[in-house]
Ligand binder design. Sequence first.
Ligand SMILES: Cc1cc2nc3c(=O)[nH]c(=O)nc-3n(C[C@H](O)[C@H](O)[C@H](O)COP(=O)(O)OP(=O)(O)OC[C@H]3O[C@@H](n4cnc5c(N)ncnc54)[C@H](O)[C@@H]3O)c2cc1C
Length: 467
Amino acid sequence: MAATRKPNMAAEKVKMPEQEPDVRNKNFKEVALGYTKEMAIEEATRCLNCKKPFCVDGCPVNVPIPRFIAEVVEGNFEEAYKIITEENALPAICGRVCPQESQCEGKCIRGRKSEPVGIGRLERFVADYHREHGQVIKPEIVRNGKKVAVVGSGPSGITCAGELAKRGYEVTVFEALHKTGGVLSYGIPEFRLPKALVQQEIDTVADLGVDFQTNVVVGQSITIDELQEEGYEAIFVGSGAGLPRFQGIPGENLNGVYSANEFLTRVNLMKAYMFPDRPTPIKITETVCVVGAGNVAMDAARTAKRLGAKNVYIVYRRSREEAPARAEEVHHAEEEGIIFKFLNNPIAINGEDGWVKSITVQEMTLGEPDASGRRRPIPVEGSTWDIETGTFIVAIGQSPNPLIRNTTPGLDTQRWGGIIVDEETMESSRPGVYAGGDAVTGAATVILAMGAGKAAAKAIDEKLGGK
Ligand SMILES: Cc1cc2nc3c(=O)[nH]c(=O)nc-3n(C[C@H](O)[C@H](O)[C@H](O)COP(=O)(O)OP(=O)(O)OC[C@H]3O[C@@H](n4cnc5c(N)ncnc54)[C@H](O)[C@@H]3O)c2cc1C
């Protein structure tokens, strides 16, 4: 039903209740607490229900945003959920972690003069409402007898698997870790994305008949060739970009140096904070330094703070404007007491008895834009200084793990490791092998990975002719 009321022309989004910064920086509970029904309806009435909805173009999976928001206005939350999930199988996740400011909300017409409509907040509300009040309706699936394998259970793999299962395919997901979800489980911390909720959205996909097999490292336990020999007519590789990059500065092999991936995996998945009950120790010192300013760096820094570090620094060689993290994450980190040292670059990690003792930092300034379009950081001569710290966490990017590339003859990849695919079909140079998400693009976003999984499922279905 379309909204008929007069739009609410309030300039700002309805505020989302949050835990106070000084409280939340000591616990792992979710920071943002979500809208009530009343708040959701009030925010939804800010939508102008545009004839040409630019927000939909801004969404990589084309959620019919004005249609679902119109249902929220009327209080038809279950109908809104149905509309969202026509296109997006993971709305509770996307509502929480999508960079809406550069996607749907970035295109919202209200954003030209005031704050855009809080599309992410509304998506989150609808998904949470459904989880708490909705009925599980299992779609009727007619099996077509064709087998498809999916490598990796991150957002690209889950989406591809769900879309194919709905179309009748027998889908098996092979996951290297003991837990499904990819970065959603091992990377993004509980205080931004509760794990129970991730599990629930994965369960919805499992309910479509998808078989999840954990502890299977494709390329080691079984190869792509062997999967094809076993009768999988198509294979989707959604193995992500889990190989951390390092700066290559002196001292990186000292104790107390972590890649952000290792640090977050130890905490999120292996419960390092429960040491010695869990055999995954992690050393948190009074001061912790994180290098990088993307979402991963923010997550590592905020996690270190919650584990008890007193002073947590984020050291980044460019300025705040260039920081790749979502604006909201930088803001939350600042509120929680994270200390930002923009225009500074670690150049050495100094040790004592094999452990990190301090880092030496070089002050930087910005020059002309480089190939990435961002202004190039240039060292300021003679301006180095030290930060005393016992822990140094590297969060400057990740690339795809070479295992699948090295064990799959004929699979073409970029020099940096990304699998090369046809942009439309997502098929690789190996016939019948498709790929998407971070394994193709390098570290990107949840929703782009989902979009790739969806595009590959469509192409696989068209190729295999299943209905
Ligand atoms: C700490 C952190 C915070 C982030 N925050 C955000 C955010 O706020 N918003 C956002 O949009 N994006 C965020 N991202 C990026 C986002 O999570 C990724 O872009 C997205 O998860 C990529 O999805 P994927 O399916 O391609 O890969 P992944 O999520 O990486 O999943 C790949 C899966 O494949 C498995 N795998 C790998 N190799 C094999 C193999 N050989 N055999 C079997 N399984 C294998 C891995 O174990 C993993 O489970 C963040 C990333 C990190 C690390």
